[in-house]
Design a protein around this ligand. Sequence first.
Ligand code: 1HN
Length: 351
Amino acid sequence: MAADGSVAANRADFYRRIGAIEMAPLWEVLHKLVAKAPVTRAVSHVWRYDEVRPFILESGGIISAAEAERRVLILENPALRGTSQAVDTLYAGLQLILPGEIAPSHRHTPSALRFIVEGDGAYTSVNGERVTMATGDFVITPSWTWHDHGNDSNQPMVWLDGIDIPIVHFTATSFAEPYPEPQFPANTPAGYTRARYGTNMRPVGDSYSAPTSPIFSYPYEESREALETMRRTQYLDPCLAIKMEYINPLTGGPAMPTMSTFLQLLPRGFRTAPYRSTEHTVYSVVEGSGRLVAGEDSDARSLPWGPRDHFAVPGWVQHRLEADDDAVLFSFSDRTMQQKLGLWREWRGSA
Ligand code: 1HN
């Protein structure tokens, strides 16, 4: 009992004594621990490519790809500076590789995706199979696969890296190692994996089982054509217009185990109904311009975007998208991880 016998002093004394043996009272933190609705410090934000691009090109004169290992400018959420997080659960960055450069081979447990923002003709190699990359292509580097990048073209290449780093950090499961040579030896003809798994066929007797799609390159041309055909024939979802998910052809499930990946078409003039879901999302604009309207009522902010801009939408932020011209958006989120854990929810408003 505290000397003056007051309730507050009595409790403070109790907390101090249990604190001495590494314990704490739940009732002081219960409502913070179990919030009534998702709480995040992250904010919606657009990185405009016209502001970003000069710095990306300038970084080419600041450090080589070989010295940097990866020459990347991280897209950091304005409310999460210093954390390398674009949204709570996801890392995003823009990587530059100049003609003739090699980004040396390494592997790590975080899973990475690339979405090509600018340029055509650089390659990435995944466990010794090369794939060339062009603007709009979506490429996967599965967890723990050796990967190096090179640019044999005559133009700079810039791509978005999306990585599940905050998830791996949260679970404290990061492993990484460099390959002893700059490049992992080429050991597979180009196109091999695509032939093996990418034509709605698979080898008889094949027992591929990995949490990531064996297809590690999804060319833009094909995905874009699917959206174009669908917009001419299909119903448009009021909240999403046409939003397609990249899948693992062997399971029909998401292409990657922790991150879901999407390509979306908003026809010219389309304004989505208000929407929110618990997933945290990063977008890369391929075509068209429009705006993200994030927040509710008088707190709503209108954030314009155009080609090659990137934007972050944290989970449970009410938002809508408006397109001034036909717009195509790539996005990735932690949706599949949330769904696997039974946590994902969405809310759909009316227009
Ligand atoms: C990484 O391996 C790449 O392979 C890019 O291109 C960005 C950021 C953090 C950790 C590993 C790449 C990365 C990364």
